[in-house]
Design a binder for this molecule. Structure first.
Ligand SMILES: NC(=O)c1ccc[n+]([C@@H]2O[C@H](COP(=O)([O-])OP(=O)(O)OC[C@H]3O[C@@H](n4cnc5c(N)ncnc54)[C@H](OP(=O)(O)O)[C@@H]3O)[C@@H](O)[C@H]2O)c1
Length: 320
């Protein structure tokens, strides 16, 4: 998939490309037997992913920090599709306490869990520490999702064992994983204020999303669990994500408009990887425009992925 496909929407080997929408890539998919959690499902790509999952019959749990926005999305989804099965649960990924409370609440609901979409994210925030004392983009985009996934993994394993249906975990990464700090992940100075770059910190967190999916995939394979873990770049889409760089992005869009997608196209790769039957058993891969792609060399480093896993585990433990 090169520049030509990106600009023209010409389909790649999967039969889909940059112009494909989430509805198109899930055409004919029956998700009526599936339950999915979508973090950040109250806006942008997550809200469209929730809409299309519900359209295909899945029971969707929108995990959101802004309950008002999430309830509005739920209302809209049910209005446009009275059969939509949507619930809303509170989750603030920048707080490990909130992540634990969300997981406890979900587990107490006694529902199955087939699909976890780690979608929520923040981009280019000014330097800030989370309530656990961790750099905010890393805390929200990576660590919150790392902890959430671990807390829900047993439920996903139970579900796949009892139903025989493959579980799927999808991490929303970004092409921005290419633009990170030189070391990839700043293990020794994650919270260093002086060296902070809002762009590189975002790239670091998006690199972490790929490394997390890869190491998780390796562990699940080793255990023989019937669950896949992959990461995606959704494309360039004008959403609330740009709130800290609105002017910059608007200007950029003027010069690069041919590379941008709309939101239904932006949700396509997530929906393809989470729901498409041809991806059965495909794990530890990175997708862009609904086709497998090679991420950066750092993102492919197994030792870095293992190091990040241990580092993240220690951060979660020390925040308790
Ligand atoms: N748009 C793009 O061009 C693009 C490109 C590459 C990758 N991505 C990735 O795609 C994903 C979705 O982004 P989007 O473009 O759809 O942006 P968006 O519309 O801003 O959606 C992000 C969602 O994440 C939620 N969120 C942020 N911080 C949170 C927290 N601490 N706890 C819980 N939820 C939180 C936001 O909720 P609030 O409304 O409360 O903030 C929002 O609902 C992100 O991971 C992003 O990095 C997007």
């Amino acid at each position: 998939m090169g520049l030509f496909s990106l600009v023209t929407g010409w389909p790649g080997p999967s039969g889909f490309g940059s112009a494909s929408t989430a509805e198109q890539v899930t055409d004919g998919v029956d998700a009526a037997h599936l339950t999915a959690i979508i973090t950040g499902g109250a806006s942008g790509i997550g809200a469209e992913t929730a809409r299309v999952f519900a359209l295909r019959g899945a029971h969707v749990i929108i995990a959101a920090r802004n309950m008002e926005a999430a309830n509005n999305v739920k209302e809209l989804l049910v209005k446009s599709n009275p059969k939509a099965h949507v619930d809303v649960l509170q989750l603030d990924l920048s707080s490990l306490k909130s992540v634990r409370a969300f997981a406890d609440k979900f587990i107490s609901m006694n529902l199955p869990l087939n699909i976890l979409i780690n979608n929520a994210g923040v981009m280019f925030c000014p330097y800030q520490l989370s309530e656990d004392g961790i750099e905010m983009q890393f805390a929200t985009n990576h660590l919150g999702h790392f902890s959430l996934t671990n807390l829900l993994l047993e439920k996903m394993k139970e579900t796949s064992r009892s139903t025989g249906i493959e579980g799927r975990i999808v991490n929303l990464s970004s092409i921005a994983h290419l633009h990170t700090y030189e070391e990839g992940i700043l293990f020794d100075k994650l919270n260093d204020r002086r060296g902070y770059s809002d762009k590189k910190a975002y790239g670091q967190s998006k690199l972490a999303n790929i490394l997390h999916a890869n190491e998780l995939s390796r562990r699940l394979k080793e255990e023989g669990a019937n669950i896949t873990a992959n990461s995606v770049h959704p494309g360039l889409i004008m959403t609330n994500l740009m709130r800290h760089s609105f002017l910059l992005m608007r200007i950029l869009k003027v010069f690069t408009c041919i590379f941008w997608k709309n939101v239904p196209q932006g949700a396509a790769t997530t929906c393809y990887v989470a729901l498409h039957p041809t991806l059965k058993g495909v794990t530890g891969k990175y997708f862009l425009d609904c086709n497998e792609e090679k991420p950066s060399a750092l993102a492919r480093e197994e030792t870095l992925a293992k190091k990040l896993w241990d580092f993240s585990e220690n951060l979660v433990k020390s925040a308790k």
